[in-house]
Design a protein around this ligand. Sequence first.
Ligand SMILES: Cc1cc2nc3c(=O)[nH]c(=O)nc-3n(C[C@H](O)[C@H](O)[C@H](O)COP(=O)(O)OP(=O)(O)OC[C@H]3O[C@@H](n4cnc5c(N)ncnc54)[C@H](O)[C@@H]3O)c2cc1C
Length: 412
Amino acid sequence: MKQKILIAGAGLGGLTAALALLRDGHDVTVFEQAAQLGEVGAGLQLSANATRVLALLGIDDAVRQIASVPAGKQVRLWRTGQSWKLFDLGQQSVAEYGHPYFTLYRPDFHRVLVEAVRALKSDAIVLGARCAGFEAGDSGVKLDLEDGRSFGGDLLIGADGVHSRVRQGLFGADAPSFSGCLAWRGVIPAERLPERLREPVGTNWIGPGGHVIHYPLRRNELVNFVGVVERSDWTVESWTAAGTTEECLGDFAGWNEDVQALIRAIDTPYKWALMVREPLQQWSRGPVTLLGDACHPTLPFLAQGAAMAIEDGAMLARCLRETADPRQALGRYQDARVERTTRIVQGSAANTKRFHNPALASAEGALAYVEREWNEARVRERYHWLFDYRVDQVELPPVREALRSDHAERAS
Ligand SMILES: Cc1cc2nc3c(=O)[nH]c(=O)nc-3n(C[C@H](O)[C@H](O)[C@H](O)COP(=O)(O)OP(=O)(O)OC[C@H]3O[C@@H](n4cnc5c(N)ncnc54)[C@H](O)[C@@H]3O)c2cc1C
């Protein structure tokens, strides 16, 4: 049965869901608070579990045009720069998982999603539409915007990110705690860097109390930098708070010259406090559900936050396709996703200790530690289950009675 579906938030998750649902013939409208479409200027890694969804949605070729395809990943030691192969990507990802590993400039990828959604419904995305709350009942759901407008539909999907108003409407305010880590971010024109830092590989520097990730973007024209340090004097959870080069260099004093060179090449480094939230175990009630960061925000240490949001969108559409009752389909979607997303959130948190371990301080300690934690078997144990997920093939859980939405009525 075709549904009238309202989506709060035109981020990567909301747009993926919109595309999947439009392709299935549902009538979808996406409400985005921003007055203009765009994405924060940063990088993104998408492993085969997520690029599989792009292929299912018919946008893999368009994304390939704007992606980089790293040949592999390596680990490097913070001071000496000694390196170890982590795993092969490139052809290896396609051979083993059927799909590539892409690294992308987020605004480029967002544009592909927007164009694909608009090609199916030109007015699907409503801008300047900040969701304030909703009313859910037996006959459907009404979404209220902050400017006083309201829109009715059969189902509502909260894809409105980590500070989700829809989640607040369902469950009240959340209580994040500070992880003790600050992330520095920057995107660098590749031509500013020496040849060795422009290689098409993903690099993960590990050190005591911090780590650095960098990888190519946009057909290797850009390089994405993320540097994480344990620091407790900055707790602002923002993608757009600017810091200074000096402060960033100070946080990585004593690190290898390659790390310093990357930082010096960034125009404006942005700093972002990493917060931790307990993953929800339920997020579908009546005609309302959540996806992406709205229900399982994660530390970025497995590079799976957007991948989860993308998988969510595809799984939600599949459950609606394969379940007779749409409200039961929302519960089934949640049940299909909760174990995997919880495991990712917990695995990402566990990587903080692994990447920042005090054993990395000395060269000898580091050697033994890397050989223990990054040997082939351990790496496969940590990553294979992530990349090998096939959203269109995993067995769906049984259909359950949909949870009633009573307590969520008149939520705002
Ligand atoms: C430094 C960093 C590196 C990362 N690296 C990776 C990576 O390599 N790989 C990966 O998979 N993930 C990565 N992630 C995680 C990933 O970016 C997020 O998990 C992902 O963007 C979540 O998508 P989303 O659609 O759920 O939410 P968002 O991308 O946050 O989108 C939410 C949208 O909702 C809109 N919105 C918010 N409130 C309202 C409202 N009230 N009304 C209407 N609209 C609203 C917002 O404007 C936004 O457009 C990284 C995150 C960070 C911070």
